[in-house]
Structures are given as structure tokens and as C-alpha cells.
Design a protein around this ligand. Structure first.
Ligand code: HEC
Length: 163
């Protein structure tokens, strides 16, 4: 049923393309700030709101609105890629430290490519600032339970955010 996979990857690309329009509007809005303040001066309490807004606009189309991922995410596609995995307790996002999660979002899954594995995780380094990437990663952490949070915190001691 190769065409089903083709269709589904076609629609991921569609999702990614559609997401670009509201993303630009969102980034413009956040850049200007609600009261016309520059983003750099926005209060840190805005970070959670910002992380959710970015997640819902940019990531949810592939990873699911609540981080549930796509069904069959553990089954490799014929082209060597995998469907978008969950970010909740069911997935393995919480197995990685902050440094690895940051690099994945900034540089894309291509940094982990190896013979037999192709990544469909896009790189966001040119569209999201370091601060925005950190805020979306913080938002993903709201999908985890206390054990996953604790384990990922320990992992991040060895693999912290680099900047
Ligand atoms: C076009 C679909 C797509 C979009 C949009 C997308 N991802 Fe991914 N993402 C993937 C796929 C597929 C993987 C699985 C790993 C791979 O194949 O490289 C992945 C993997 C990841 C991982 C690693 C998970 C793990 O367990 O190792 C993180 C973290 C991640 N994505 C975060 C994000 C964030 C944050 C966004 C939004 C800024 C986002 N992704 C947007 C497809 C996508």
C-alpha cells in the first residue's frame, strides 16, 4: 500500500506549508509584542504561552495537539523514515536531555541520519530563535508525568541546553 504512505507524506508537507503562514503572522505578532513592546522585553511569564502557541501552530500537525504522535510511529516507512512520534509519556522524547532536544528542533532530525535511516523532522533554526525553541521544549514537558519529568531532569544534568 505504498500510495497510502505517499498520501500521508504529501499531507505532512501540506501541513508544514500551511503552518508557515500562521507561523509568520505569529512570529510577527510576538516580535511586535501585544503592546508594541519588543519581544526581548516581554516578561518571562509569557514563555509558557509562547511555547504553546508555537507548538500548536508549528508542531501539532505532525506530533498531535497533545503530543500523541501518529499511529504506527514505530514502524519504519519504505523510504527509511519514521512517522512523527509522540511527545507524551508513550514516546521517548523524555529520554533525551535538553541539549539533544534543542539540537533536534534547531538542526532537524537530519543530524541523526545514518545508513538506513532518513529523518522527516524539519530544522527550525532559521524560523525560531533559541528562546522560542526553549519555550516550545518547555511546553512539551507539560505532556509528561512526574516520573518522566524527573528522569529527563537527571538526563539534562549530563546534556544541558548549550546556550
Ligand atoms: C513534518 C512533520 C514534523 C513537524 C512539523 C515537526 N516534527 Fe518533530 N519529528 C518528526 C519526525 C518524523 C520525528 C521522528 C524522528 C525522525 O524521523 O527524525 C520527529 C522527532 C522530533 C523530536 C525527537 C523525538 C525523540 O523521541 O527523539 C523532537 C524533540 C521533535 N520532533 C520536536 C518537534 C517540535 C518542537 C516541532 C515544532 C517546532 C516539530 N517537532 C515539528 C516530524 C515533525
Amino acid at each position: 500500500m505504498a500510495w497510502i504512505k505517499e498520501m500521508s507524506w504529501g499531507s505532512w508537507l501540506g501541513v508544514a506549508a500551511l503552518a508557515a503562514v500562521p507561523l509568520l503572522a505569529l512570529l510577527y505578532y510576538m516580535g511586535a509584542g501585544a503592546n508594541g513592546e519588543p519581544a526581548s522585553r516581554s516578561r518571562s511569564s509569557d514563555a509558557g504561552v509562547q511555547g504553546k502557541a508555537i507548538y500548536d501552530t508549528v508542531c501539532a500537525g505532525c506530533h498531535g495537539p497533545k503530543g500523541e504522535g501518529q499511529t504506527g510511529w514505530q514502524r519504519q516507512n519504505a523510504d527509511g523514515s519514521y512517522p512523527p512520534p509522540p511527545h507524551n509519556n508513550e514516546g521517548h522524547t523524555w529520554h533525551h536531555g535538553d541539549g539533544t532536544l534543542f539540537a533536534t528542533v534547531q538542526q532537524g532530525g537530519q543530524i541523526f541520519e545514518q545508513p538506513g535511516f532518513v529523518s522527516r523532522m524539519p530544522a527550525y533554526g532559521s524560523s525560531l530563535s533559541a528562546e522560542q525553541i526553549k519555550s516550545v521544549i518547555s511546553y512539551i514537558k507539560t505532556f509528561w508525568g512526574p516520573e518522566e519529568l524527573h528522569s529527563q531532569q537527571q538526563q539534562s544534568l549530563r546534556d544541558p541546553f548549550s546556550s
